[in-house]
Structures are given as structure tokens and as C-alpha cells.
Design a protein around this ligand. Sequence first.
Ligand SMILES: [Ca+2]
Ligand SMILES: [Ca+2]
Length: 497
Amino acid sequence: MLRFVLAALLLPLAAHAASTGSAAKKPNILFIAIDDQNDWVGPLGGHPLVKTPHLDRLAQRGTTLLNAHCQSPLCNPSRTSLMLSLRPTTTGVYGLSPWFRSLDSWKDRVALPQYFKSHGYRTYNTGKIWHGGGGGPQARAQEFDVWGPAGGVGARPDKKLIPATPGGNHPLMDWGVFPHRDEDKGDHIIASWALEQMKTAPKDQPFFLAVGFFLPHVPCYITQKWYDLYPGDDSILPKIKRDDRADTPRFSWYLHWDLPEPRLKWVEENKQWHNLVRSYLASTSFVDAQIGRLLDGLEASGLADNTVIVVWSDHGWHLGEKGITGKNTLWERSTRVPLIFAGPGVRAGGRSTQPAELLDIYPTLVELAGLPARTDLEGLSLVPQLKDPAAKRARPAITSHNQGNHGIRSEKWRYIHYADGTEELYDMVNDPGEWTNLAGHPAHAAVLAEHRRWLPRLDSPMAPRSASRTLSYDPATDEAVWEGKTVRRSDPIPGLQ
Ligand SMILES: [Ca+2]
Ligand SMILES: [Ca+2]
């Protein structure tokens, strides 16, 4: 009897679904990247004053991975890892070069959008998804079907707004207010193009629409309206410990040895700390507003119910913590990133503290879209956490910055191992700022042992033609080589004199 009632109830639904085609229709994917966005967004709570109302409403619609970390704290290796679901320690891609398709081992590897294309999706790209634009104008057609505007900085001032920065006054090292139109910013332009694709995409084919925002990557140029969302006083500054590096190994400096990103010392001496933090926060709010435009457009198009949304950032950014600005560290501010899913198959309002990795996005989207699972991915699907935020993960999140340097983030701890064998350990519950390195304390021997066992077994040397932010180390001579230049124990740390 019960079976008959259920069948009677289900039959009309099934008939309806068949007639409209909705039962078989795969969900669209709206794949949103933010560049250099750390955990200073509302859903992650990394900054008490940040205003991101649109990410907040997306988080209410979906599930936030509160303990998500990049696999490399740098654009090219992070994005390569995410798009292939392979660790940097597998591919050997650690620097801003090479483009992975120039490597024999990976040139034919099926990247995430290609896999969706092979299952009937039409794929779109605008802004920065692949570092380097997908191999250049000739090669990029194999990565996505349709290429929109490249985005980037957009409107920029005639000359830099801040004083000349150390290490060559790099043109990207700039921030602050200058008068321009929001519509002339690269991120506004790409959002407008993406909105147009939602309206005009073929109705009989699902889409994979990738939108890669540039801000809050430097230069953080912003208009007064966005700057005025934040006060200009000390309340916006991150909490720091002045002698924080006293208990971090010297090798921790080698990971960001000589860079265009200024040290906190320079930022303070040039009275730029408030301006940098305020410009970064304002840029975060500007990108949030562009994401809001995409969410509104999706609602207006009637596609919201059948579109999976994922928002991610490629890695974080320091704004004074540990004496530096920039990325290229294995600490929380550099590895922790926004990762939010919403749409069909995702619980509304979910917040998971389980460790998650950006290379999990690939298998997660494959599962949410109902595509055949792949057995050659190194990520794990997050679908269990998207249904039940408390569902346990089998492993911690791992971040690598060149061979031999790894951060292991579990639910409660961060463990760091450097290539010269030195270590750090932080109690992330009681010391979220990672101020006190516990690695030398005998009381934590068991915790250290538990985390050491997650160090990558495959720890590849850098791939051929690696360049920019590369580091190697020879234990026989105790010499490190940063971007082709030898670094010795006695060398003064650049930017601290
Ligand atoms: Ca980046
Ligand atoms: Ca410290």
C-alpha cells in the first residue's frame, strides 16, 4: 500500500521532470576566483571591521569551509594545483614559471574546465583564472571555449601613489585613492561580461562560467567611496607581536627572502600601514560588490536554482603580521582562504571547521554536477561537508612553498617543516595569531609526531624552467638558493636593516 502511494506521488513528478528535461539537466557552474584575498571576509571572521555583505549572503545560501587552505602561497602554483587537483609537490610547479603545459609530464593533463567540456558543458573564462592567461592567445582555446575580457587593474593613475618601494620600485607595489570610475576597473568590466553570458548562454547546454577577480591583489587602487567604508585609525590594523620572528627559524625568511613586497618596517617608516590596510579592505569590499552583481544577475536570469556557485581565493596576504607584507609564507594569513559553495546539493548556512584544500574543488564540482568521478585526482570531494559540516575529514590541509617546505593545518594545530629540518608548531585554538612557536616543547612531542606523518611523501624538486620565488636547499653545504642567488647563514635579511 505504502509503495503504491509513494509511486502515485512520484509518478507525476517524474513525468513533469521528463517533459521539461530538468531531471537530466546538469547544473551550471559559476566559478568565482579572487586574487590574493586572505581571510578578511565576513564569513571567515578574519577582520572585525570588513564589510562583505554579498559574500555574507552567499554564505547564508551555502556552506563555508572555515579551515580551507591553498596548496601553495603563490598564484601560478596555487592555481595549477587547484585546476589539476595535483599538489605542487607532485607537479614541481612552485614558481611563477613554468606554465604547466610546457612540461612533458602534464601537457595533456585534463584540467577542471576541460573535464566539464568533455561532459557537455560550454566553458567561459574572464579575468584571471589561470596565471599567465591560459598559455597565451594561441594556446588558450584548449582551456576554455569562450574567452572574455582579461580584466586586471583597469584605470590607473599617471604615476605611483606611494613613495618608491625597496627592491626596484616595482610598479605593482602601490595602493590608495585616486579619482576614477568604478566602471573602468577591470573587475567591474569582467563582471559585466559574465552577466551578459548568463543571459545569452545556450539554453540547451549547461555552462561553466569562470570569473577571476584581480583585486585585492596590488596595486589596490580604489575610489573615495570604498575607502570611506573604513576608518583611518588603528582599529583597522591587524594585531601583531613586535618580536614575533624571534622564535621562527631563520629559514622562514628564505621563503620570502628578497621580494618587491615591502617589509612592515618600510611600510611604517613611510607612514603607509593604515593606507595599505584601508586600501586592501576597500578593494575587498569592491570585489564583494561585483560578486553581488553576479548573484543578482543569476537570480534575475532564473538560473540560480540550477547553478552551483563556488568562490575561492588562490592564497592569502600578510599586511604587517610577522613583519612583512605579501604572500610566500606557510602561516595562516598566507594559506587560509575563502572557500564557499552554494546551490543544488549544498546545505544552506553550513559552516565547517574541518580542514579543506583548494585542490578539493575539482572532485567536489565533479560530484555536485553528477559527472563520473575521476580516480587520478589528489583532492577529496567536500560533498560530505557540504551536506553535514561536522562530517570528519580524513586528513589535514597541506601547503607547500618549494621543495621541502610544508605547512600542515589540522583542526587545532599548524605544523611547519622547513627544508633545513627546522620546525614550528602553533596551537591555533589558544594562539590564533601564531605568536608562540611550541615546536621545541617536549610536552608537544606527540602532536609533532602526528603532524610530521602528513609531510608529502612525494616532494618533487622544482620543474624545468622554474623561475620567480623559487627556493632550493642543499643540506650538504647548508646553502639555500633564492631565485638563482645563493643565500648563506650570515647574510643579512633584506629589508630589515
Ligand atoms: Ca594570487
Ligand atoms: Ca613568534
